[in-house]
Design a protein around this ligand. Structure first.
Ligand code: PLP
Length: 372
């Protein structure tokens, strides 16, 4: 089975982890700090805190920004952790509909805000760079500035992506990345928080470290904290993977462009990557196709046929507001998000794929769709 996304681990990565394993420190050694500095340099941001995964990074960020009892405008098209961590922090998501590319529609933010009977409780916007394509960060930042809201970016798909020549990670007040195995680079499980805000960074550090403040041998605890630290083995892998990120992204872009060309003019679906503007570089974490409405009723059968042909397709995502856990929020129907779910399929696109495999995948897909 060729998966929709996968990690790429080479001999250098393995040696780096073995070396860390043989070192004096497995936790709280020098590598975690080195990895944080390397990520900060790569992104062009002042501070990076790494975490066990992006879910814990989201949890810490929401807690540090004190979102409890507040409302937060966010997107229904994401992995459920984006919203689950709001609930975990006693905040309530307010779902805003999306655009054709799966990203939150920045033009709907104003009406989403105005329609809310408790606008005074809205405290933040959490966007997601769906599939690795940046949201319209300037428009969202302007909106947040106008209403004094935090702009939080769940950029779990998007490490290495850029927008108007700036890396994703510097565009919002705070950005969260996932280093899960199938994300652009990996530390097996891992997450990172990037910000230019020193006060926020210091608060995050305390929260990730039991709330413990050290002064020589004396310690003080004046606020709650957890153990949400990354370990040295993960940091060793991360440092090694980060050296290869641009090469990984180049392969993904090559596969995505191949698909764009191959599928141009086909009668069955459109491709999100085809309409990428020149000022956005996507990480192509997902290569999304959107089936035309006449095929929506056959989607399950199409997916099964593709799996049978060893093509590891997946669907991203069932809209969060339709999950049982979220149904009591009284979210209105969000037609764009709900149709996106009916149409979307993620095709294999990753750094271990050859063009020959992409060609085989593309041909098989068109063959299968021809039967419906
Ligand atoms: C993968 C993902 C997460 C969670 O990441 P983990 O590192 O697995 O905790 C959160 N948000 C989005 C959008 C994701 O894709």
């Amino acid at each position: 089975m060729n998966p929709y996304s996968t990690q790429s681990i080479d001999q250098e990565d393995i040696l780096a982890v073995v070396q860390a394993l043989k070192s004096d420190y497995l936790t709280q050694g020098p590598l975690v700090g080195q990895f944080e500095h390397a990520l900060a340099d790569y992104l062009g941001v002042k501070y990076v805190l790494v975490c066990p995964n992006a879910t814990s990074a989201l949890f810490l960020t929401y807690q540090a920004l004190d979102l409890s009892q507040h409302l937060v405008i966010t997107t229904p098209i994401s992995f459920v952790a984006t919203s689950n961590m709001l609930l975990a922090n006693h905040a309530t998501p307010l779902f805003c509909d999306i655009k054709e590319d799966g990203n939150m529609d920045e033009n709907l933010l104003e009406s989403c805000y105005q329609a809310c009977p408790h606008k005074e409780r809205i405290k933040a916007v959490v966007s997601v760079d769906f599939g690795g394509k940046s949201v319209e960060a300037r428009a969202i930042a302007d909106f947040c500035r106008a209403y004094d809201l935090f702009f939080i970016s769940d950029s779990s798909h998007a490490l290495g992506g850029s927008y108007h020549h700036q890396k994703i990670g510097v565009l919002a007040d705070v950005s969260i990345f996932s280093l899960h195995a199938i994300k652009p680079i990996t530390t097996a499980e891992g997450g990172a928080i990037a910000t230019n805000d020193r006060m926020l960074y210091e608060k995050l550090q305390l929260l990730a470290n039991h709330g413990v403040q050290k002064n020589g041998f004396d310690v003080e605890v004046s606020s709650l904290g957890y153990n949400f630290r990354m370990n040295e083995l993960q940091a060793a892998l991360g440092l090694s993977q980060l050296k290869k990120i641009d090469a990984f992204l180049a392969v993904r872009e090559k596969i995505a462009c191949f698909y764009d060309d191959f599928f141009r003019g086909n009668p069955y679906f459109s491709c999100v990557h085809t309409s990428l503007p020149a000022y956005i570089q996507s990480t192509n974490h997902l290569y999304s196709i959107l089936l035309k409405p006449f095929l929506w009723a056959h989607k399950e059968a199409i997916l099964q046929a593709l799996l049978k042909a060893q093509i590891g397709v997946q669907v991203h995502y069932k809209p969060i507001h339709t999950f049982k856990l979220y149904q009591n929020l009284g979210t209105p129907t969000l037609p764009k998000a709900e149709n996106f779910y009916k149409a979307q399929i993620s095709l294999p696109c990753h750094q271990k794929m050859s063009l020959a495999l992409a060609q085989h995948t593309a041909r098989t897909l068109l063959d299968i769709l021809g039967r419906f």
